[in-house]
Design a protein around this ligand. Sequence first.
Ligand SMILES: Nc1ncnc2c1ncn2[C@@H]1O[C@H](COP(=O)(O)OP(=O)(O)O)[C@@H](O)[C@H]1O
Ligand SMILES: [Mg+2]
Length: 380
Amino acid sequence: MSAVIEVSGVAKQFKIHHERHQTLKERLLHPRSGSTEIFDALRDINFTVGEGETVGIVGHNGSGKSTLLKCICGVLKPTAGQIRLRGSLAALLELGAGFQPELSGRDNVYLYGSMLGLSRRMVERVFEDIVDFSELAHFIDTPVKFYSSGMYVRLAFAVAVNVAPEILVVDEVLAVGDERFQAKCLDRIRLFQREGRTILLVTHQADTVRAVCDRAIVLDHGIQVADDTVGEALRIFRQRLLGQVPGHAVVSSTVQITSVTTPSGSFDMRRGEDLAFEIDVTSDHAVSANLVTEVFTRTGLLVSRSDAQAAPVELRPGVNRIQVEWRSVPLLDGVYDVNVGLVEASGGTVLAWREKAAAVQVLYDGRATGVVEIESSVTA
Ligand SMILES: Nc1ncnc2c1ncn2[C@@H]1O[C@H](COP(=O)(O)OP(=O)(O)O)[C@@H](O)[C@H]1O
Ligand SMILES: [Mg+2]
């Protein structure tokens, strides 16, 4: 497999200027005061992406993911190191990058196309496909400053995928927009994969990484800490996020999920029954959090993730017991892994997370197959 993206020894520093004098008058009197700090957003990043590979980049907020993609796309110049690309590249960078707010959707499509190296004729040929995919026919002559972030992303995604680049770079944007459109984007990404195109994908959503990536790179404070299989990379990412690695604490580990148990001691159940379990959590401070649960099949398919805002709990300093009751569990025969996490109510920081906290074994003696049974009544 030949390398399509080669990143060697890439570093990026930003200069941050701190003003010593705060008021306008002071600043006018001391124009060159204050200090300049050098901030290492990326240090010594090395990896290659082969033709037809899909590689995920994960890391906490501010870990340098967007900076790395911008260096790869040529929007930013690395302070050190080299980036080599083979093939045409289309990028969907963070919201705000790319489009001219005063121009209409139509004009932006042409502008974006020309930025990708397409002639007006070439854009004309795919223009209708772009508008169709974006579902923005009614708004195509409206200045994009009046678009919602979802509409903006739809148009950007539609352009990027319809100009058929050899390399597609996507930063976060898949999380924006409704679920139906997200699914449509994922379908298109899968088509890209079948066509043998190369994809670099930054996302917060672990299940998207699981669903589409061949491997993943983990960034932590601008340092590449893993380039591994998806499963291993996500494990390392979570561990870093929870601050279990000394010296790299992102979130204080002062909230811990110590155990997940059932009163009977077993997670065996029958389809359609309720399942009650208890989560013991220690905390060294009082904090409002939301409980999140995820259920996966043994093949890694996300069956369900609870709403991260729907289950508020007030944690007290010391030991807390959270009671959870799942009602009429629709899962069919099989073993399911359960992840549990606590997310700070204000701000959404992950306070504690436990991967595979429990394995639920479901017995079912009916004839339906699949993962869940949909209760139905049929009439003619
Ligand atoms: N233009 C810039 N000037 C100064 N600092 C920046 C700039 N762009 C990004 N940073 C800083 O670099 C770090 C990495 O940012 P970013 O790449 O956006 O992270 P991520 O996408 O992983 O959330 C952050 O601390 C951010 O504040
Ligand atoms: Mg980012």
